[in-house]
Design a binder for this molecule. Structure first.
Ligand code: SF4
Length: 313
């Protein structure tokens, strides 16, 4: 029986022939969108939209070793992905970037995943990663935060880049032969189902290898929290979110592996997080609805390849 969607864990198992787990690494970096007192994206909290990480006061190797012991033991894993997760991990001088990337290129690391922004992709950084890939045989994944294909919403959340910069960065990453992961938020207050469909179409066209979906959570002290408290924004219901995820998956290319259909959200210090429910309950309900109605990833993926002249071939 076909699965409902292309699951990341299974994709890794097939790709590497064994269980592979991501080890988060936190660098003491910031983000160009938060410079000089700017608050950055309206939802950006103290940890740069990533809340699960080891302290940046430890070296890359120390963080990898400690996470390897913890995760490796728990899941009996022997191969790992070094995941540079928080803030913008190409926002540093080139030599510093080279040094931390080489530090992560340990023997049992099969892949380095670098999370960054579309406006922080340059060939000089990609050249270093290409060098590591050639020398060490380590796969490279670039994780780009896009959040939505709706370029008006990108302005509303103060992303500091538009859709064009994502397209440029994604094309460059693919030209280097790296894997591309695109992060999206399906419940931005200004977006509707049309934006969700367009986001699915866009990442399919850009041949993103992976997508990671998040539900927007509202951390105290952020600009978004201020807007939420003054009542100028509202969020869709959990049922609407579930419908958006299903719609997104139906329009998405079946080749794209799904890293998450909903992220964990911090329980503390938030005004709103996953509708007060556990992420896995919401995920299970999405899967049950898909099962019930015969929905699956790619069900509506027939809009590319010259749809208008298909009848002649
Ligand atoms: S790109 Fe990430 S780190 Fe930078 S402001 Fe936005 S959420 Fe924060």
């Amino acid at each position: 029986m076909l699965d409902l969607y292309n699951r990341y864990a299974r994709h890794l198992q097939v790709r590497y022939g064994q269980r592979v787990y991501k080890l988060p690494v936190h660098l003491p970096v910031s983000c160009p969108n938060r410079r000089e007192g700017a608050f950055g994206c309206t939802y950006c909290g103290a940890n740069g939209a990533g809340f699960e990480h080891e302290s940046g006061t430890f070296s890359v190797a120390q963080q990898l070793e400690s996470n390897k012991n913890r995760i490796g033991k728990r899941y009996k894993a022997k191969k790992f992905i070094a995941y540079f997760q928080s803030f913008t991990n190409t926002f540093m001088p080139l030599e510093e970037f080279r040094s931390v990337m080489y530090e992560a290129a340990l023997e049992d690391i099969v892949e380095i995943a670098v999370s960054t922004r579309p406006d922080c992709i340059r060939i000089e950084y990609l050249d270093i990663l290409q060098e590591i890939k050639a020398e060490k045989g380590i796969e490279i994944t670039i994780e780009l935060g896009l959040q939505t294909a709706n370029y008006h919403s990108l302005i509303h959340v103060n992303r500091g880049h538009t859709l064009a910069e994502y397209i440029e960065a994604a094309m460059l990453v693919k030209q280097y032969g790296f894997q591309l992961c695109t992060h999206l938020i399906l419940n931005l207050p200004w977006d509707d189902e049309l934006d969700v469909i367009e986001s699915a179409k866009l990442v399919s066209v850009m041949k993103s290898d992976y997508v990671k979906l998040h539900a927007l959570y509202i951390e105290k002290g952020t600009e978004l929290a201020r807007q939420y408290q003054e009542g100028s924004i509202s969020l869709c219901t959990v049922e609407e979110y579930q419908e958006r995820v299903i719609l997104f998956l139906e329009y998405l290319s079946p080749d794209i592996a799904i890293q998450r259909i909903l992220g964990r959200a911090p329980e503390e210090n938030t005004l709103f997080a996953n509708w007060g429910q556990s992420w896995w309950k919401i995920r299970d309900e999405i899967e049950a609805k898909m099962q019930e109605r015969g929905s699956y990833q790619g069900k509506q993926f027939h809009y590319l390849g010259g749809k208008g002249v298909r009848e002649f071939f």
